[in-house]
Write a protein that binds this ligand. Structure first.
Ligand SMILES: *[C@@H]1O[C@H](CO)[C@@H](O)[C@H](O)[C@H]1NC(C)=O
Ligand SMILES: *[C@@H]1O[C@H](CO)[C@@H](O)[C@H](O)[C@H]1NC(C)=O
Ligand SMILES: *[C@@H]1O[C@H](CO)[C@@H](O)[C@H](O)[C@H]1NC(C)=O
Ligand SMILES: *[C@@H]1O[C@H](CO)[C@@H](O)[C@H](O)[C@H]1NC(C)=O
Ligand SMILES: *[C@@H]1O[C@H](CO)[C@@H](O)[C@H](O)[C@H]1NC(C)=O
Ligand SMILES: *[C@@H]1O[C@H](CO)[C@@H](O)[C@H](O)[C@H]1NC(C)=O
Ligand SMILES: *[C@@H]1O[C@H](CO)[C@@H](O)[C@H](O)[C@H]1NC(C)=O
Length: 442
């Protein structure tokens, strides 16, 4: 596809290291917020796992807003620089850049405000500011693409990479805007590098973002080139539905503590607050909200939020299921954010889901798949037995890399939806990785 593989990312600067994420907390503050000695031990282990995965470096110079941001338009390039090859973990022959560009805010209300925000683009998660950071959190997601010869443009989630603005967690239309305008800006930076066709791949929150991107009116203008299709790996879709399912089917089961969603739920109040400021959060308990306060104060990236929820009883998580079921603002938020809510896709999509995913519950992915098919879209669903949220990405890679290759080769498709179930060859001897390093360290 290209003579040279380009990897756009961000190096961890050895000169400027200022902590902006995974901040340590005093024992006093932790205790005041209900995190006892055991909780603090777990939290420390989570912080260590986060630091290992996301690093500590933050380069305020690069992330400061470019002086020519004022007056720029969405898709304009503001900063562009090469990354020292020895500072990123990539295969030989890879070139990496980082850049800052102008994007557009997502507006929930029909009256557009035409506000332009800035954001940066990166690929290595060292600048994690309160989030999982990337559209593909896992190294093997983008490395698989690079090893297969693709150029990769990998923007931040909306709101990241700046020490002031907050991550618009789960705001899929905002992330879709970033994806689109990052591609427009990348083409300006390297006009001879990219061919006109492109595809998008995302995992988890990133899976929801690419799905929403391909449904957006923006891509249909071809302003970023011609889209050929998309791959959504264990994608985020209907958050409200998933919360209701968690309350009704996970938290009521004896093994609720073995579900990642039990702890991931701590992100939910943050997402709701940022999307709908002032939203009533009384569906969860005060104990739960105090854990969220710790996460916010410590600006945790990912793993360190989970231990804060260990030991919580189901009633401390969702305190009133009927109030949740009747929560109109939460439902309205889902209607505004979720893909497969009447949206149309001009190109085929593949969804990949692990049947043992305890983070993105398979039933919700199937529900969104069904809804998208009913809207007349061509969606191919692959379900992998025994695979969890992270294992599924690599286990399914022959299939989704093949799907990408076929689209670039312009192979014809059925035009209809399909479902494939992949059974494990030998469950008893199946190699799997722990969902996260904190699972093994605790
Ligand atoms: C974080 O703070 C705790 C309690 O004050 C302390 O025991 C621990 O060593 C600190 N961890 C790091 C990595 O600084
Ligand atoms: C972060 O972004 C906001 C608005 O987008 C801006 O006002 C602020 O100056 C930025 N912070 C830095 C350190 O550049
Ligand atoms: C902003 O300045 C940089 C160089 O500092 C330049 O490459 C870029 O094109 C400028 N962008 C706009 C929108 O003026
Ligand atoms: C980031 O913001 C926090 C408070 O919001 C502040 O304590 C910290 O010094 C800032 N870091 C940088 C690099 O500006
Ligand atoms: C739960 O919420 C419902 C409203 O949906 C309310 O009528 C009921 O009183 C609440 N129950 C408790 C125990 O707070
Ligand atoms: C999806 O659609 C199939 C076929 O119409 C149906 O059997 C299944 O129950 C649906 N699943 C969900 C979760 O909606
Ligand atoms: C996946 O879930 C099924 C059903 O709960 C269980 O029997 C199986 O052992 C799980 N697979 C793995 C690899 O954990």
């Amino acid at each position: 596809m290209l003579a040279a593989t380009i990897f756009i990312g961000l190096a961890c600067s050895s000169l400027a290291r200022t902590s902006t994420a995974n901040l340590n907390m005093s024992t006093t503050t932790m205790a005041q917020l209900g995190c006892d000695a055991t909780c603090q031990t777990y939290f420390q282990a989570g912080l260590a796992a986060d630091v290992e995965m996301f690093g500590t470096g933050f380069d305020p110079g690069f992330y400061s807003t470019a002086s020519n941001f004022t007056g720029s338009a969405a898709g304009d390039l503001l900063k562009f620089e090469a990354i020292e090859p020895n500072t990123v973990n990539v295969i030989t022959g890879t070139t990496a850049y980082r850049f800052q560009y102008t994007t557009r805010d997502f507006e929930r209300h029909p009256r557009p405000r035409h506000r332009i925000d800035r954001d940066s683009i990166y690929f290595v998660p060292t600048q994690c500011k309160f989030s999982r950071g990337r559209l593909c959190i896992l190294h093997h997601c983008w490395s698989l693409l690079i090893e297969n010869g693709y150029a990769v443009v990998a923007p931040d989630y909306a709101g990241l990479g700046n020490n002031t603005t907050l991550h618009q967690y789960l705001s899929l239309p905002a992330h879709a805007n970033n994806l689109y305008y990052a591609m427009v800006a990348a083409r300006k930076a390297l006009p001879h590098t990219f061919i006109s066709e492109w595809m998008s791949v995302g995992h988890s929150q990133g899976g929801g973002a690419v799905w929403k991107l391909l449904e957006s009116e923006l891509v249909k203008t071809y302003g970023a080139g011609e889209p050929l299709g998309t791959v959504a790996l264990a994608p985020v879709s209907r958050i409200y539905d998933m919360t209701v399912l968690t309350a009704e089917a996970v938290l009521t089961a004896s093994n609720y503590a073995s579900y990642d969603i039990t702890y991931e739920a701590l992100w939910l109040p943050l997402a709701l607050k940022r999307v709908t400021p002032g939203i009533d959060l009384s569906i969860v308990s005060n104990t739960f909200l105090q854990c969220v306060d710790i996460a916010e104060l410590a600006q945790v990236c990912y793993y360190s939020i989970m231990p804060l929820g260990y030991g919580l009883r189901p009633s401390e998580i969702i305190r009133n299921t009927s109030a949740l079921v009747n929560n109109v603002p939460f439902q309205a938020g889902q209607d505004a954010m979720a893909p497969a809510n009447g949206g149309t896709l001009d190109t085929p999509m593949r969804i990949v889901q692990g049947s043992n995913d305890t983070d993105i519950l398979p039933q919700i992915s199937v529900r969104s798949f069904n809804a998208s098919c009913l809207s007349g879209n061509e969606v191919h669903m692959s379900v992998y037995a025994d695979m969890d949220h992270t294992d599924v990405l690599k286990a399914s890679s022959p299939e989704w890399l093949g799907f990408i290759r076929d689209r670039f080769e312009r192979k014809s498709t059925s035009g209809r939806c399909s479902v494939v179930q992949h059974a494990s060859l030998d469950r008893a001897h199946l190699g799997t990785e722990a969902e996260s390093s904190e699972d093994t360290s605790l």
